[in-house]
Design a protein around this ligand. Structure first.
Ligand SMILES: Nc1ncnc2c1ncn2[C@@H]1O[C@H](COP(=O)(O)OP(=O)(O)OP(=O)(O)O)[C@@H](O)[C@H]1O
Ligand SMILES: [Mg+2]
Length: 284
């Protein structure tokens, strides 16, 4: 599956311009992480990709054809987890998934539901009503419905929100396995989600693409812009402090800056440093 996004812009009816001139090529197999601060435009981009919103300008092509031209066939190949979604609280997990499988037009609904229940570790909750589930379990039901019918293109809007560390690792592995032969796009605020499994990273900020490449490339770009030092009484406005740790020798700081001060020791960037530096630079 190949998605080509050309000069895409989105302005909401209230005049808010959420995306400006986005161009991207996404091709399977790939696991693409979408990062950006709150309000950057991640969910808007995802809604456009599932044809849930109509773009103000630009085009999206799926395997060369405009989305709207083949919308039904396109949607059949999609799995989507929205950032916020209503579940049918009174239904059991199993009934809800069977209902979603029916909406997707799947023939063997029972078999499809069984497969996704096991993918998300919810087999023991199959007969529980959705209103009785914990936040993380509900999130897993959301992921399960996206996986129904083995879609070729999976779009997950903050899928690991509310999951405990063990479940987050489970889902990272699941996404990584899915991406072996599919296109998986996931948005997140958790850098480790991207670091450990994504082969491509897209950073958006104020509706524009600020970076597209591998996590390693972003880290490489940040070399020479990360340092550590012992806390000093006077604040240095050109430094953006990313961590402050109390140690036996006093407070140790970690910071990103365009030019490192002479008193600081250069440090090897992490992906988090690289992301923070990119956003910091985009703001100045
Ligand atoms: N229906 C809407 N009408 C008007 N403005 C909207 C609408 N939905 C989103 N926006 C605005 O568009 C911008 C992008 O929002 P979007 O939800 O795409 O951001 P996001 O990157 O997903 O943020 P978050 O990390 O908080 O989920 C924001 O400024 C938001 O206020
Ligand atoms: Mg969002």
């Amino acid at each position: 599956m190949k998605i080509s996004i050309n000069s895409l812009s989105m302005t909401y009816p209230n005049g808010k311009q959420a995306l400006q001139d986005i161009s991207l090529e996404l091709e399977s197999p790939s696991l693409v992480g979408l990062l950006g601060p709150n309000g950057a435009g991640k969910s808007t981009l995802m809604k456009l990709l599932v044809a849930g919103l109509t773009e103000s300008a630009g085009t999206i092509l799926a395997d060369g054809a405009p989305l709207r031209k083949n919308e039904t066939a396109y949607k059949r190949r999609l799995g989507y987890l929205p950032q916020s979604f209503g579940l049918y609280d009174e239904l059991t997990v199993e009934r809800f998934l069977e209902y979603m499988a029916a909406l997707k037009g799947l023939h063997d609904q029972k078999k499809a539901v069984q497969a996704v229940l096991s993918d998300v570790n919810l087999e023991e909750k199959r007969r529980a009503r959705i209103r009785t589930l914990s936040g993380g379990q509900r999130q897993r039901v959301g992921i399960a419905q996206a996986l129904l019918g083995e879609p070729r293109f999976l779009i997950f809007d903050e899928p690991t929100v509310g999951l405990d560390p063990e479940e987050r690792i489970h889902f990272r592995n699941l996404f990584s396995r899915a991406a072996q032969d599919k296109l998986v796009l996931l948005s997140t605020h958790i850098i480790e989600d991207v670091q450990s499994v994504c082969n491509r990273l897209i950073v958006i900020h104020h509706g524009r693409i600020r970076f597209s490449g591998t996590p390693q490339e972003l880290i490489r770009m940040t070399r020479g812009h990360v340092c550590t030092f012992s806390e000093r009484p006077e604040e240095d406005a050109a430094l953006h402090i990313t961590a402050r740790v109390n140690t036996a020798d006093g407070v140790q700081c970690r910071a990103v800056a365009r030019t490192l001060p002479a008193y600081a020791q250069p440090a090897e960037p992490t992906l988090e440093d690289a992301y923070l530096y990119l956003i910091e630079e985009a703001e100045t």
